[in-house]
Design a protein around this ligand. Structure first.
Ligand code: APR
Length: 260
C-alpha cells in the first residue's frame, strides 16, 4: 500500500484511529529527534559527518590505529551534547509511555535525552556517551572532568590503554539487539522518528515490523529511503508525518486526547 502523507484532517484522524487501535506501539528514533534540542544530526547539510567524514574518523579501525585522531571527533561530539535538554518530542514519547500507549523507545542516539525526558524503556542500539569504555580490560568509567578540553587521549586506570566513549563506532557490534527484538516481537505499530533509515541493523527494524503485519508511522522533515519503500522489496511507511518531530508528535498526542 502506498504511504499516506498526513496533510489533512481526514488522514490525521485515520492515523489517530490506527494509533488508538494499536496494542503494542514502539518508537524508533534517530538524530533528527534531538535537532530541536540544538544537537546537529549526522547527514543533513552541516551535519557532523560533513565536518568529520565517518570513514576517516568514525570507525573502530581509526580508534585502534590513531586514537588521537578519533578523539578529535569524540571531543566535538561531546561538546555538541554538553548542556542539551530534551525537547517536546522527547517529552511526548515519555508521556505516551506513561499513558501506556507506547511500550518503549529504541534509539540510535547516544545523548540520553529520552531518559532525561522521563522515558523508562529506552534501548540504546549505539550505546550512550555518558561513559568511557576500555576495549582492553572491559572497564566502563565516568569520563575525567577535562575529557573535552584536554588534548590527551584518556587512558584506562587499570591497563593504561586508550579509552573510547561507550558508543558504537562503525565496524563494531551494536548493543541490546536481543532486548530490541523482544520489544518488537509483538509490535503492531512502529513510529520511526527523525532517522534517515540508512544505517543497519537499525534500518532493518521497520522491515521486521512490517513483515509481521505491523504498521509504520514515519515522522521526518523530509522523505527518506523508508518513505516510499520499494527498492529491493524494501518496506515503506504507511503514514508519513512530514514536519518537525515535536510538532508532528504533539499533533498525534492532541488528536489522541481529542478522540478519547
Ligand atoms: N524533526 C524530524 N526529523 C528531522 C528533524 C526534525 N526537527 N531534523 C532533521 N530530521 C531528519 C533528517 O531529515 C534526517 O532524515 O532526521 C534524519 C537524521 O538522519 P541522520 O543524520 O542520518 O541520523 P540517523 O538516522 O540517526 O543516523 C543513524 O548513523 O551516523 C550514524 O551512529 C550514527 O546513530 C547514527 C546512525
Amino acid at each position: 500500500m502506498k504511504e499516506i502523507t498526513v496533510h489533512n484532517q481526514e488522514h490525521l484522524e485515520e492515523a489517530i484511529a490506527k494509533f488508538q487501535s494499536s496494542r503494542h506501539c514502539v518508537a524508533l528514533t534517530g538524530a533528527g529527534i534531538s535537532v530541536e534540542s540544538g544537537i546537529d544530526d549526522f547527514r543533513s547539510p552541516g551535519g557532523l559527518w560533513s565536518k568529520f567524514p565517518p570513514d576517516e574518523y568514525g570507525t573502530i579501525t581509526v580508534f585502534l590505529t590513531d586514537p588521537e585522531k578519533a578523539w578529535k571527533l569524540f571531543r566535538s561530539l561531546g561538546r555538541g551534547l554538553l548542556g542539551k535538554v530534551p525537547n517536546r518530542a522527547h517529552r511526548v514519547l515519555a508521556q505516551l509511555e506513561d499513558m501506556k500507549l507506547l511500550k518503549g523507545v529504541v534509539t540510535q542516539n547516544i545523548d540520553n535525552l529520552h531518559q532525561d525526558a522521563g522515558s523508562n524503556i529506552v534501548l540504546e542500539i549505539h550505546g550512550n556517551h555518558h561513559y568511557l569504555q576500555c576495549l582492553g580490560c572491559g572497564d566502563v568509567c565516568v569520563p575525567p572532568d577535562n575529557v573535552l578540553t584536554s588534548e590527551n587521549v584518556p587512558l584506562c586506570r587499570h591497563c593504561n590503554r586508550a579509552l573510547k566513549p561507550n558508543v558504537v563506532l562503525f565496524g563494531e557490534n551494536v548493543r541490546q539487539l536481543d532486548e530490541i527484538y523482544d520489544l518488537l516481537r509483538h509490535c503492531d505499530l512502529l513510529m520511526v522518528i527523525g532517522t534517515s533509515a540508512q544505517v543497519y541493523p537499525a534500518a532493518a527494524l521497520p522491515e521486521q515490523v512490517k513483515h509481521s503485519g505491523g504498521l509504520i508511522f514515519e515522522f521526518n522533515i523530509e522523505e527518506t529511503v523508508l518513505t516510499h519503500g520499494g527498492a529491493g522489496g524494501r518496506a515503506g511507511s504507511d503514514y508519513f508525518f512530514n514536519g518537525s518531530a515535536s510538532a508532528m508528535l504533539q499533533l498525534l498526542l492532541n488528536g489522541n486526547s481529542a478522540n478519547q
